[in-house]
Design a protein around this ligand. Structure first.
Ligand code: CAA
Length: 283
């Protein structure tokens, strides 16, 4: 499987990061979203990240320009007809992802691998929305994508061996480490991380400690780079809630029940960094 052109669907926090690392590794990239303004926003993040690297003399201006030139803006999934592989990184919502995969299946040539960056949804179910379940696979990047080494690789029930092998090779080309796990709700990363974040929110909700104290305990006591509440704001509280709901529904166990305070913040539109307010304020 010769893979030179990648389409990234979704130009948000994850999609722009994935597009950046693909372009930095020499792939041509279609960066796709619903509207020009969304793609432009994603491109602006990539530009800013690369300019920071130029500023730190870790990259030349020519290299930066060459990377940016490899990113082609796209607002139609039909562009998948030019891709060798698609990585979907749209909103973490089952209906949204299913519709995207149905359309991608229509436009992408038969040989094209369709990967999803879902952080918790079943790969087998997403694959079933297509006529090529053997070419569908989970490729779960971590945020911030340009920095984090891990890509969790998740096979669906029908994923072919050669697809899994090709995706692991691409992960290596992106200078990241692939770890294969099985198709269970939340996989490994969010099965372990999200209940910790949820528990930290419960600690604040029940008055065990202030948010600052909870974060300091985990940063200084466990050597975590960010406290769990800062991390929740960084990931997005809506995403955290959606993943907790997926775990709760998927396992049917009350230990995954989302904290009411998390629900309240999401209802208030306090989604973390991206909305300017979550557990902390960013404006
Ligand atoms: N995009 C690109 N690069 C970034 C970045 C971003 N958003 N944030 C920081 N960086 C880069 C900086 O430019 C810097 O690069 P150099 O080493 O080349 O100079 C490097 O990262 C370190 O940055 P800083 O010195 O500014 O800050 P830091 O040392 O505090 O690190 C951090 C920042 C990497 C974000 C660190 O705080 C961290 O690792 N936090 C935890 C992140 C984490 O847990 N991610 C997983 C989230 S869960 C997930 O993604 C899965 C899911 O499904 C929800």
């Amino acid at each position: 499987m010769q893979i030179e052109t990648v389409m990234v669907v979704g130009a948000g926090q994850m999609g722009s990061g994935i597009a950046q690392v693909c372009a930095q590794s020499g792939f041509q990239v279609f960066l796709n979203d619903l509207q020009d303004t969304m793609v432009e926003k994603g491109l602006a993040v990539i530009r800013k990240n690369l300019e920071r690297q130029v500023g730190k003399e870790k990259m030349s201006k020519e290299e930066k320009d060459a990377i940016l030139a490899r990113v082609i803006p796209s607002t139609h999934l039909k562009d998948a007809e030019h891709a060798d592989m698609v990585i979907e990184a749209a909103t973490e919502n089952s209906t949204v992802k299913m519709n995207i995969f149905k359309e991608l299946d229509r436009y992408a040539p038969e040989h094209v691998i369709l990967a999803t960056n879902t952080s918790s949804l079943p790969i087998t179910e997403i694959a079933a929305a297509t006529n090529r379940p053997e070419k569908v696979i989970g490729m779960h990047f971590m945020n911030p994508v340009p920095v984090m080494k891990l890509v969790e690789i998740i096979r669906g029930l029908a994923t072919a061996d050669e697809v899994c092998k090709a995706v692991k090779e691409i992960t290596g080309r992106l200078n990241k480490i692939a770890v294969e796990v099985n198709d269970f709700p939340g996989f490994v990363s969010n099965r372990v991380l999200m209940p910790m974040i949820n528990e930290a929110i419960y600690a604040v909700y029940e008055g065990v400690a202030s948010k600052e104290a909870v974060d300091e305990v985990m940063k200084l006591g466990m050597n975590h780079p960010m406290g769990p509440l800062t991390l929740a704001d960084f990931i997005g509280l809506d995403t955290c809630l959606y993943i907790m709901e997926t775990l709760h529904e998927g396992f049917g166990d009350d230990k995954y029940r989302p904290c009411p305070l998390l629900r309240k913040y999401v209802k208030a539109g306090w989604l973390g960094r991206k909305s300017g307010r979550g557990f902390y304020q960013y404006t």
